[in-house]
Design a binder for this molecule. Structure first.
Ligand code: C5P
Length: 231
């Protein structure tokens, strides 16, 4: 089944905790990005819960030695998922994976960001970068709902596919240009969807999250029955 991740895009730790509490029964993970991390650091991440619930979206991108050092520094937080830029190329991703492997089975799963959605790109470029990232040791990619089927076919069933840019039918697109619904993302084989404002800006975040979780639960996944850990 496709799992729900709520994006806590705020610098305010009390606000983040309140969203986390409101969505606890329907969300598998909390996505904390640069905005939150810059304001609250590792202590802020710990305050949100144990690592098993944490998706650290820090989009690491630097020389291999520096990225490896950053991954090592993050290991004590035990994040379940961690992002890095595929633009850092294979050597950087290999170094990140080697650093993550020091944590053994509890290591963070590494997700490659292929091309930022704010930058013009083509599906073939995204596919090339995704393939390179997986060959270098990434566990999966962050991709748009529109790329899920092509990437699943290219990367196989073991790749973790995480899709942001999700909007429930009838909700505001905000600044997301090409959205898909939770149902469409689940049917296309996403392991997790990332949803921010449709939950955090809702009058009732708990209700918004549980409605999305119910939509996911009622959508058969193409990967169903294969014993995936992705929920
Ligand atoms: O509020 P909304 O649902 O649009 O939030 C989506 C989250 O996913 C944000 O944290 C955003 O940074 C992230 N994201 C995205 N598109 C990408 C990569 C990440 O919207 N391509």
């Amino acid at each position: 089944m496709t799992g729900l991740i709520v994006a806590l895009d705020t610098t305010d730790i009390a606000q983040a905790r309140s969203w986390a509490d409101a969505t606890a029964s329907s969300c598998e993970m909390l996505k904390l990005g640069l905005e939150f991390f810059a304001a609250n650091g590792p202590g802020g991440v710990r305050a949100l819960g144990n690592g098993e619930k944490i998706f650290l979206d820090l989009k690491l991108h630097d020389i291999p030695n520096t990225v490896a050092g950053a991954v090592r520094a993050l290991l004590p937080l035990r994040p379940r998922l961690l992002t890095l830029h595929a633009a850092g190329e294979a050597a950087m991703i290999r170094a990140a994976r080697a650093a993550a492997d020091a944590a053994g089975d509890a290591r963070p799963r590494l997700l490659a960001v292929t091309v930022l959605t704010s930058i013009e790109s083509t599906l073939s470029e995204i596919m090339l970068r995704a393939e390179m990232a997986m060959a270098a040791g990434a566990d999966g990619v962050v991709c748009s709902g529109h790329e899920l089927r092509a990437l699943r076919e290219l990367l196989g069933d073991d790749a973790l596919l995480v899709a942001p840019g999700i909007r429930p039918a009838g909700s505001a697109a905000d600044d997301q240009a090409r959205t898909v619904t939770p149902r469409a993302a689940a049917a296309a084989g996403a392991d997790w969807i990332v949803v921010g404002r449709p939950i955090t800006r809702a009058d009732n975040p708990a209700q918004a999250a549980s409605a999305i979780a119910a939509e996911l639960a009622s959508t058969p996944s193409p990967l169903e029955g294969e014993g995936r850990g992705g929920g």
